[in-house]
Write a protein that binds this ligand. Structure first.
Ligand code: ATP
Length: 354
């Protein structure tokens, strides 16, 4: 049972500050994903939590106890690394048992814990094999087994699936989430893969250049991105952005863009003349001969269950998810409509949601 709390955490390497003012609380049992592009500081925040990196500013609390200066061994955490860090000369059993042997647990307890973890992780048939005799997914499970047997209060995962192929990655993310549903150990999981974040997290912490951009459930960050940056980062096809000026149209606000008029939800807090950026997901764009947005078709990418129509708009690429049987002429002007409640509006100057 554990909470993790960051209170105004900052980090500098020498004179170079890479993170400041990180504050949030991870509740007991939560599965929290730190998400952001390479270099945004997510691994550093995880390593500070583990005690592998010092905290330059602020307080780090695990279950209410300040652990800034507590040795990694005494923080009651277990970490799974990207490269698994298995010992190649030890069999699976020994790899999983290693930390318990170092901690001098009774052999009978070690055996019980290793066998229990192996059973949960479907590793029982492989206990006498060496890591090199395992598949990538099995190695990944051994790495999780090593964390599990320690019965730590917090699990930390650092991009644990990035060395696996796409299919196995999808499978392992389900397994890790199922494991969490069974064990309910407070978990912090670092990734730059928004699909992993969306499918696994109770809460996502979106990071940008050493700061938090938004914290929310997967639905929060998808349906109500706090900034253009978050809207751009979340979603499996790239969101379309169209810039324009707010005008009044038929008693409601609308945005005049170079691709056409976008009607907005009347409840939005915008002012006439305001320069804004409209974000519209390709799934929220409908091909409609009476639509007010125009873009020129370039090609259609068939993805099995649906298709993506790639167009060229006045501000660059414009994407629409369309029926897979749809046919379009190349380089034809296509009209689209967009429901007002599907438009994400950001102030053009601040790029924050209005
Ligand atoms: P990635 O996904 O590429 O691992 P990340 O979001 O996890 O990226 P970090 O590894 O936390 O990012 O790095 C954040 C920033 O801190 C980067 O600009 C990086 O260059 C810098 N940094 C990390 N470790 C050190 C170090 N030991 N010394 C100096 N700068 C560092």
């Amino acid at each position: 049972m554990a909470t993790v709390e960051y209170q105004r955490i900052g980090k500098s390497f020498g004179a170079f500050n890479i993170m400041r003012d990180i504050s949030f609380l991870i509740e007991d049992h939560q599965f929290v994903v730190l998400l952001g592009p390479s270099g945004c500081g997510k691994t550093t925040l995880l390593r500070m939590t583990a005690g592998l990196e010092s905290v330059s500013e602020g307080d780090l609390l695990i279950s209410g106890r300040r652990v800034n200066d507590v040795h990694p061994r005494d923080r009651d955490i277990a970490m799974v690394f990207q490269n698994y860090a298995l010992y190649p000369t030890m069999k699976v059993y020994e790899n999983i048992a290693f930390s318990l042997e170092v901690a001098k647990l009774a052999p009978v307890d070690i055996k019980r814990r290793v066998e229990h973890a192996a059973e949960i992780l479907n590793l029982t048939p492989y206990l006498q094999r060496y890591p090199k005799e395992l598949s990538g997914g099995q190695r990944q499970r051994v790495a999780m087994g090593r964390a599990m047997v320690r019965e730590a209060a917090v699990f930390l995962f650092d991009e644990p699936l990035s060395n696996l192929d796409a299919k196995l990655r999808a499978h392992m993310r389900t397994e890790i989430r199922q494991l969490h549903n069974r064990l309910r150990t407070t978990t912090i999981y670092v990734t730059h893969d928004q699909i992993e974040a969306m499918t696994m997290a109770d809460e996502i912490v979106v990071m940008r250049a050493g700061k938090i951009e938004q914290i929310g459930t997967p639905d929060d960050v998808y349906d109500r991105p706090a900034s253009k940056y978050v809207a751009d980062f979340i979603g499996s096809s790239a969101i379309n952005f169209l810039t324009g000026i707010v005008v009044a149209n038929q008693g409601a606000p609308a945005v005049e863009t170079r691709a056409g008029l976008i009607q907005l939800d009347p409840s939005l807090n915008v002012t006439t003349g305001q320069r804004v950026i409209c974000g519209v997901r390709p799934t929220d764009v409908t091909v409609d001969p009476h639509g007010s947005i125009v873009a020129r078709s370039l090609l259609i990418e068939r993805m099995g269950h649906e298709a993506q129509l790639c167009c060229e708009g006045p501000e660059g690429q414009f994407l629409a998810i369309v029926d897979k049987s749809a046919r379009f002429e190349t380089r034809a002007d296509i009209r689209f409509s967009i429901a007002p409640d599907k438009v994400h509006v950001f102030d053009a100057a601040t790029e924050n949601r209005v």
